[in-house]
Design a protein around this ligand. Sequence first.
Ligand code: GLC
Ligand code: CA
Length: 548
Amino acid sequence: MEKAWWQQSTIYQIYPRSFNDTNGDGIGDLQGIIEKLDYLQLLGIDIIWLSPVYQSPNDDNGYDISNYYDIMDDFGTMEDMERLIEEAKKRDIHIMMDLVINHTSDEHPWFMESRKSKDNPYRDYYIWRESQDGPPSDIQSVFSGFAWERDEQSGEYYFHLFSKKQPDLNLHNPEVREHLYNMMNFWLSKGVSGFRMDVIDLIGKEIDEKVLTNGPKLHEYLQEMNERVLSQYPTVTVGETPSATPETAQLYTGKGRNELDMVFTFQHMSLDERAGEGKWALKELDFVELKKVLSTWQTSLFQKGWNSLYWNNHDQPRIVSRWGDDQEYRVESAKMLATVLHMMQGTPFIYQGEEIGMTNIDWDNISRYRDIETINYFHEKRSEGVPEKEIIQSIRAKGRDNARTPFQWNDEAHAGFTNSVPWIEVNENYPEINALQAMENQDSIFYHYQKLIALRKRLDILIYGEYELLLEDHPEIMAYTRKWEGQTLLVVANFYGGNPDFHLPEGLDEAHGEMIISNYSDTREKPSGIGRLRPYEAVVYILNDREE
Ligand code: GLC
Ligand code: CA
């Protein structure tokens, strides 16, 4: 079987604004990333996904692009970018750019032209509608309020699914697509290795029919993009697809479809919200459902497509606070969550700070938050009369700033992120939780991630093995096998802080095997019957075939 280069890779996401500041303006920058490449090399990752570094007025921290061909002033220059690509390459690290083509900034020259008049040649680059009495339709923005903004100049409304400073491009215009393909080729020819595609399931939308995701032309456009751009280079691509199901994922990633390499599912991320009410409607995690969702993705894409594997990114709260225990068992639960994820089939993503077990923040006052989604949500709910306390509770659990506080490098001022005032406050737990501390401790979360990354390179079973869920209905244990060429990999993890009882299925219960990783340093080799697990304990074995 042919192995694609990115199948045994691990991808590390950097949110540049919060990673490392080298010029003392309180904002992370490209030089700051270059400075930490050795750290990333030690961790063992293969690809860096850079959240947007293009020119932007930062209404949504770079996801509002005003020039695709230049670097944001806060982050540095094109020379810095070229240096980053070159220095990463020296360490066998690829760079994956964030590709934001569902919308631009309203300060992009195309939009500035487009809004000038109804007959401007750029008018049709965006989505404009006439309406006499209020917004043309009731479609809501992801960032609160209507997805329509009335523009004074022509009296028409433009469509923006995100902030009003992020007007949606009209991808049905072939000229727009042409520009975007040229831009992608520009970056690939500079030496980047691929793209993470922002909300790519939206690009075929038909506004008048109120079809947003999975529009009729979506796959046609992706195939065109593949032909015109992606197939010309040895790229790696991942689509951000909030709407994807195991079925549609096969359309994006299926062999012979010539679209993308993988997509991000959101199904597992929605299991701690009340169905249909959106991310802020808190509910306890449905753990049995979590196992089911992850397993369905594993089995549906087996030998058909390819999975991405993630717990974290710049839009999600920190996983150790969310589904682990960020207090007493922070280290154990962070390692358990990593183990369960990295032993599955797919390409794992690590979000900056996850590898040292960074946690959520617990800020009560809205003035400390910086994220536009959070701030808009707060004001919208306040105006509806929802008590502040209730809103803040959701924001503490789900707000995107949880992931965006500065990287904690050491226990010096501002966690070593900057020598001036950071653009967003540092999590106050940095004296205990930081990279320096992690590097000096052989039992740290950091070294556990390092081992997981190395195992993926060493064991083909992790790439090819067929997945099977065990103990489906067990309320505390996550267990599964991967089978490949007469070998069985067995993963058993306690997802909670108790000492649950469980019995592995016959055959597995008394097989003997080699333990390849665990999250308690004193776990001894033991028959895979395993007995009780300690809080958040996770163990992985390679079992020998019984006949042998
Ligand atoms: C994606 C990004 C998010 C951004 C949004 C609009 O969901 O991950 O950070 O706000 O798209 O670009
Ligand atoms: Ca800086």
